[in-house]
Design a protein around this ligand. Structure first.
Ligand SMILES: [Zn+2]
Length: 511
């Protein structure tokens, strides 16, 4: 069984989770659920990034110790992922003993291999980014991400020889035959990274002299590990890199590492260089998704337009929230969202299209066949054949879309089938068949139940509870183990299955 390892970034605990964290995590969860359903041995890691100046500052502002503060925000992340039905296998904290031991072992390894040297750092640093900035990265003297002036640092630090990886990384990204090959996606982000590599790389400071809230360097405990080096290492310490466990050997390198585009630099340049420097394989794919604006504006605390995951769940339900964020715009691009648009999409796609399809199918099976779906009779006519063809076309499109992280396309493929099935109801007018042709009525209702069974499989990775609810209402078992091709082949709905009682609306309409 082939394995699949997917990671989200580990989230910085200077604030409780918002819709941006949820977006990346739902995307990762969808991959994890999909590949599990396909029979792969999946490991899905998320985590919290708990060291660094920002956390120390935020904690002080709340009158707490950094650890107390980190504990609190970590709990908020755990709660959010539980509410959003995220199926992560682990959640790594960078203040855990296993992580700290893993970081020390890795940094020592780099030091022993001559990849780290002592030098003097003088330059600018954006505390919000936790990033050393170069002059040309600043816009009017400020960090473009934070509209904040960087601070000037001048101190003795340890440096990682990043500059020597410029050609190595360029080859690794460009040449699929290269030993260290990895994909940077989508293409616009890949070009951006290659563009930066053409300019060249400088060595980077990987320690701080006056920041106690971090992991001391094993070879010089007066310095702590740069928070990004600390954070990136979570992807391997989370699966046991320090002791080279069976789990580590099994899952590393990661298949997909997900993040928002503002932190691509760390993941596509610094991270693979660190790994190569330590003699470890690089991740297979690094994927940076876009940003979203809310009603055309950047989400910010100052504007008061920050959306929290729980607000979405309260309004749209768990699966509604998951569906809406992934279907709003293509994953790799920037997009705009608004609660008004979400309400509209919820009512149209979920309450009307999918909700009604299930509701009327179950109601008619109840009304005309006392809740027990008969086997189809006779040869499929043209309408049946067209419905079956749409169903058959759904899965290749969905499979390809999910492999490409094109979530909105995968959902659109499922909704093609939803739309075709709704049209099939109108074309066949089962209410008229009930008076004239019971054999045909049986076939039509069977075909609708079967379409819904297939829809349940097509939406499961994004909407697991809805898939289960469809199965429960139509009286079939939603299989999560077995051959995928068989699960999604037409004809799997068990004739004679019993529809359970009065159908419950999946997605009550919103005003
Ligand atoms: Zn910044």
């Amino acid at each position: 069984m082939s394995r699949f390892y997917v990671t989200t970034p580990i989230y910085y605990v200077n604030d409780v989770p918002h819709i941006g964290h949820a977006y990346t995590t739902i995307a990762a969860d969808t991959l994890a659920r999909y590949y599990r359903l396909r029979g792969r041995d999946v490991f899905f890691l998320t985590g919290t990034d708990e060291h660094g100046a920002n956390v120390a500052q935020a904690a002080a502002a709340h009158g707490k110790s950094p650890q107390e503060y980190a504990d609190e925000i970590n709990a908020a992340f755990r709660a959010a992922w539980q509410s959003l039905n995220i199926s992560n296998d682990d959640l790594l904290r960078t203040t855990s003993a296993r992580h700290e031991a893993g970081v020390r072992a890795f940094v020592q390894e780099l030091y022993d291999r001559g990849e780290i040297y002592k030098g003097r750092y003088e330059g600018m640093y954006c505390v919000s980014c936790e990033k050393f900035m170069t002059e040309d990265e600043l816009v009017e003297g400020k960090c473009p991400n934070h509209q904040r002036e960087p601070v000037w640092y001048a101190e003795e630090n340890y440096f990682f020889r990043l500059s020597k990886y410029c050609d190595i990384l360029t080859r690794a990204i460009e040449d699929p035959g290269d030993l260290n090959h990895f994909e940077v996606e989508p293409p616009a982000r890949r070009n951006e990274v290659l563009g930066k590599l053409r300019v060249g790389l400088s060595d980077i400071s990987i320690s701080r002299a006056n920041l106690p809230w971090g992991i001391p360097l094993p070879f010089d405990p007066s310095q702590t590990t740069y928070v990004w080096v600390d954070a990136l290492l979570s992807y391997i310490t989370g699966i046991g890199s320090e002791k080279r466990t069976e789990q580590f050997k099994r899952y590393w390198p990661a298949d997909v590492q997900l993040m928002a585009k503002d932190i691509l630099w760390f993941h596509a340049i610094i991270w693979p260089a660190m790994l190569i420097g330590a003699g470890l394989p690089v991740p297979r794919r690094v994927y940076a998704h876009g940003y979203f604006t809310i009603n055309g504006q950047k989400m910010s605390k100052t504007l008061g337009n920050v959306i929290r995951p729980q607000q979405l769940i309260d309004r749209f339900g768990v699966d509604g929230a998951r569906y809406l964020v992934l279907s709003a715009f293509p994953f790799g691009t920037d997009g705009d969202i608004s609660i008004d648009n979400f309400v509209e999409a919820y009512n149209a796609d979920l309450a009307n299209d999918l909700g009604n399809l299930l509701n009327r199918t179950a109601s008619m099976i109840n009304r005309y066949f006392q809740g027990s779906v008969p086997a189809p009779e006779g040869k499929p006519n043209e309408l049946d054949a067209d419905l079956q063809a749409t169903a058959a076309a759904t899965f290749p499109v969905m499979e390809q879309a999910i492999d490409a992280l094109a979530y909105s396309d995968a959902l659109a493929a499922a909704w093609q089938l939803v739309g075709r099935a709704n049209k099939y109801v109108e074309e066949n007018a089962p209410w008229a068949l009930a008076r004239s042709d019971r054999a045909r009525l049986a076939t039509v209702l069977y075909n609708l139940a079967e379409s819904l069974r297939l829809i349940a499989y097509a939406i499961y990775p994004v909407m697991p509870q809805t898939a289960a609810a469809i199965a429960a209402q139509l009286g079939f078992e939603f299989q999560t183990k077995g051959a995928w091709e068989q699960m999604v082949a037409w004809g799997g709905y068990p004739a004679g299955a019993t529809v359970t009682g009065k159908p419950q609306p999946l997605f009550p309409r919103l005003q």
